[in-house]
Design a protein around this ligand. Sequence first.
Ligand code: NAP
Length: 304
Amino acid sequence: MTELGARELQTSLLRGDDLAARLRAQVREARHRLTNLAGKPPALVTLAMDASPAARAYRRSIERTMFEVEIEHRSVDLPTDAEDADLLSTLSHLGSDPHITGVLVLMPLPPHIDIGVVYEHLAPIKDVDGVTPVNAGRLHLGLPCLAPSTPNGGLALLDHFGIPIEGRRAVVVGRSNVVGRPLAALLQRRNATVTVCHSATDDLAHFTRQGDIVALAVGKPAFLTAEMVSPGATVLDFGINVIGGRVVGDADFPNLLGVAGAITPVPGGTGPITALMLARNTIAAGIAGLHGDLDYVPLPEEWI
Ligand code: NAP
């Protein structure tokens, strides 16, 4: 297609607000059912060791969301100079506390802390952001699991707007354990044909142009340009970059309008969904916790 032809496309904006309202109602309702079944309300702990501005902002957004869906939120803070052993004992304590349903460890951890402490000592059944090897492994094996909120929310957004996944070519740029890698696994579980690109990918545009869905989790503003996508492709932008006080994604948003078939705006696209997926995972963890078994985590279709 000529560039002029490509510019004739009408790009749909995949805004998160509508889905967010639906998720809020869904989680509130599930929260009441879980409270009746468990005989106690669900509670989420965010555990922080580093008061970085990004972590503080994320915690505030979680706090706000949990308030809206009536899930109790507790902040636990360890001093920045605490040791691995302190983190280990806090995680063990939270793991055995029957009043705590879910635990999220806010990143980044101070450099002297071994991330392996989180992987090994965060109880998988309370691991609401799916970071432990048990949940990550179950995700890759296609077993019920607590999947990371950000990529899970991206898929929920595609479903909400009726964008097909099965049989589509999905190109994921970024392979972090919190976004790119689990997103690729989730897309593959939904029968997309998935390519994962990263900083060592040669000729990135060659791959992104093949994507019916191009997902971005890179952390670089205006990274995906109009020339890098096929006309009509869906762009799922997870990037959060602050430029002169303004938040932008990883896509060259203005220039992708008229080329992409659909795109998530930043802010307002994938962002509003993440904390709600965390709330939904907290309920899911509560349901699995009733049985003491991750096999009881509800499947995505069971939420509809
Ligand atoms: P990350 O851990 O820094 O990972 C970035 C990924 O991008 C890496 O896999 C890296 O490749 C890849 N990359 C970097 N430069 C590249 C290049 N030139 N070409 C191709 N790939 C390249 O970041 P993250 O935690 O996944 O976060 C990514 C973005 O998503 C950030 O903007 C972050 O703020 C945002 N985020 C959003 C949410 C949300 O709720 N929407 C949640 C979490 C994060 P290598 O693996 O080779 O280094």
